[in-house]
Design a protein around this ligand. Structure first.
Ligand code: UD1
Length: 348
């Protein structure tokens, strides 16, 4: 059975491709390489020992996308990751985010209907809950005002997909990720931030290896036990497995509604300082850091109630903090050995 993965050479897309191939799906990757590289597709093929079809298409190019989906109209489903995801950048360039994330999705939805591809798995985010107060948060929590244009695009995308599913034009699963971290156990796939990383884990690994002088911890005056913000970090392989399970459930007709929503986290929150100290302890390296001002838009704490995904998808996050920090470190060390793959070099 053929499955299309947009953003297939990106961080979560590449790990999901590995799980899909492992479950014997035929995989077509679509990417415009705006934040990833063609060699990732080759690496997925090598690691999995399976054939991988790579299509270079920008989803905002409706005609090119339609030609591509016409070629793959035998696909059973699409897993849609392709989107911009830097929160700070979205505040500075909101139209870029609306254009890329929403017009890209609109084109994808129109084209999948035109070519009778019935099922969609969508990459959403816990950011749709906004500055929620009651933790852990479950899927019935109200969606508060978005904290950034990035958050607004995820919220609007969920609404577009839900409306289309309600009109019985597609079936959909919306997966709300908490904070994905870690890398493939082979150390051959992982996150490749271009330029200065926005997210905590790549900043930690780049500081540990000496690419960055020190990590800035954005505030220690939050109402949390050690004063630093708490997040629900989840291993990227656990996320990838959840995509496989959600897709299989939909393809097997087990969905209870035309569109369903699941939180994907571990259900356990860790503070920024806990992450740094776990990284140091499990990897035996130091991470120099300094406490600075709060980052605008950050909330004090958020972690998931994952019972719905546990029950309905028969999925539980398997990997703990140790695997998250050790695989992230192995990947950073591996990157250093592959000069040609160094994103800093490629982006120059
Ligand atoms: C944000 C989004 C999330 C999105 C993710 C992708 C919100 C509420 N969350 O997550 O939906 O999927 O970005 O980019 O919009 N930190 C530091 N120093 C650093 C970097 C981070 O102290 O150099 C701290 C932050 O203050 C935060 C924690 O680390 O408390 C995690 O930050 P980050 O990895 O950027 O993720 P979120 O902001 O939680």
């Amino acid at each position: 059975m053929k499955v299309i993965i947009t953003g297939g050479t990106g961080y979560i897309g590449s790990h999901t491709a590995m799980e899909m191939l492992g479950a014997n799906y035929e995989v077509v990757l679509i990417d415009n390489f705006s934040n990833s590289y063609p060699w990732v597709a080759e690496r997925i093929a090598t690691l999995s020992g399976k054939q991988v079809l790579m299509e270079e298409v920008d989803l905002t190019d409706a005609d090119a996308l339609d030609v591509c989906l016409a070629r793959h109209n035998d696909a059973a489903a699409i897993i849609h990751f392709a989107a911009l995801k830097a929160v700070g950048e979205s505040v500075e360039m909101p139209l870029r985010y609306y254009r890329n994330n929403l017009i890209g999705l609109l084109n994808l939805l129109s084209s999948m209907i035109r070519h009778s591809i019935p099922d969609l798995v969508f990459s959403s985010s816990c950011t749709v809950y906004g500055a929620a107060e009651n933790m852990p948060i479950d899927e019935t929590a109200p969606l508060l005002a978005p904290l950034s244009p990035y958050g607004a695009t995820k919220r609007m995308a969920e609404e577009m997909i839900t409306d289309l599913a309600s009109a019985n034009r597609i079936r959909a699963v919306l997966l709300r990720y908490f904070n994905p971290v870690g890398a493939h156990h082979s150390a051959q796939l992982g996150e490749l931030p271009i330029g200065v990383p926005n997210n905590l884990m790549p900043f930690i690994t780049q500081t540990a290896i000496g690419k960055r002088k020190k990590l800035m911890v954005f505030g220690n005056d939050y109402p949390t036990p050690d004063g630093t913000p708490i997040r629900d970090y989840i291993h990227v392989t656990d996320l990838a497995i959840a995509h496989l399970k959600a897709l299989q459930r939909m393809l097997n007709g087990k969905q209870k509604k035309s569109s369903e929503v699941f939180n994907l986290g571990t259900g356990k929150g860790y503070s920024v300082l806990e992450m740094i100290h776990a990284f140091e302890k499990h990897n035996g390296v130091k991470v120099p850091y300094e406490i600075t001002d709060r980052r605008p838009g950050d909330i004090a704490e958020i972690w998931a109630d994952t019972s719905l995904a546990n029950k309905e998808l028969r999925w539980h996050a398997q990997y703990g903090l140790k695997e998250m920090v050790t695989t992230a470190w192995q990947w950073e060390q591996h990157l250093q050995t592959e000069e040609n793959l160094n994103p800093e070099e490629v982006s120059k």
